[in-house]
Design a protein around this ligand. Sequence first.
Ligand SMILES: Cc1ncc(COP(=O)(O)O)c(C=O)c1O
Length: 423
Amino acid sequence: MPSNGNRDPDWLTAGRGHVWWPYTQMQTAPAPLPVVRTHGTRLVLADGRELIDGVASWWTACHGYNHPHIRAAIEHQLAQMPHVMFAGIAHEQPLRLAQRLAAHLPDDLDHVFYSDSGSVAVEIALKMAMQYWLNREDSSRTRFVSFRHGYHGDTAGAMAVSGPGEGMHGTFAGLLPEQFVMPLPVDRASEAALSGFLAVHHEAIAGMIVEPLVQGAGGMLFHEPAVLKTLRNLCDRHGILLIFDEIFTGFGRTGTMFACEQASVAPDIITLSKGLTGGTMTLAATVANARVYAGFLGDDPEQALMHGPTFMGNALACAAANASLDLFEREPRLQQVARIAVQMREELEPCRALRGVRDVRVMGAIGVVEMERIDDLAALRARFVEAGVFLRPFGNTVYLTPSFTIAADDLSRLTGAIRRVLA
Ligand SMILES: Cc1ncc(COP(=O)(O)O)c(C=O)c1O
């Protein structure tokens, strides 16, 4: 990696050659930004510069950084008990959290299985769906339907149900099980195609997985709530378990606590992470409804859900998640998201007139400027840093997913930087 000049702190110079960054060609990538502190919606760099963060650390830091309530909860838990294994042991934070998640989630999504990252939560959802059928002595339902441009994570099962590009199906062909990756049923033709496909293949299908309302890493693509209704109907017709991956959309990002509320549709299994701990600790949950949970009950130990991460139910992470839920319950987060949506609509709309812009769209606290193409992502990212903001455009997409607590003038500085840099 080339250096960014002589401002690098010692720990970066000494450590850089020993660390791999994600999706990064280490030989040519520009030097990463040394961040030494965060506060509110700011990243503080080693040289003292402050950047306004438009990404909220991959869409997680919904309450801004260093929220005192979450920090106090973690500190308190740290003094009591940072971690203890979950098998055969119960402790307060994960149990309280499970009860609260069940109360927030729609329908009878009441049974929480913890893990430590979004990808693993998806793996668990897939295993849960498949084992549900095995427990019913149906060994033919082993495959999954998913959708083009979907992204569900970087582990093997999650890659296999992601879109071919997002799941890198070509690169990892030898590793990935083949799944049925279909066009999302957004119009009559694609709906008929999916319906016809399921009519033929449903007996081989354990579940269907989709990111409700927004396909995030696949390009921040939006679809109508009606699509989710269609999927629910098709799954009901063919006895297929419906899985909503709300790892990105959950916890207010689309304007409601969970995206599926906008369609009044509940899945059989939901995956959560990212905003779950307000972006402070790594934690994920796979939550099943009563039907799925009941499918694992019985006298046979082999019918138990066969998964168990070492750091499952981590006390610090669950304390952070409980504190994050306190904030959702006490502070006007969804009103803040609505205000952000109005402001982003107004301030990003002028981008539509810029050369090379294909679309401008906003849903909740997600603002997107889709370009015809971006030739040099690294150069574009560097120009945003020069403009005093941290953005992470990918593919042909420049986007904002700020903290819900961002001040109106900071948001204006983000949208202003996008307008100026893209002009
Ligand atoms: C919808 C969705 N599912 C799963 C994942 C994977 O989560 P993680 O990166 O925590 O493994 C992501 C990450 O961006 C995501 O957006």
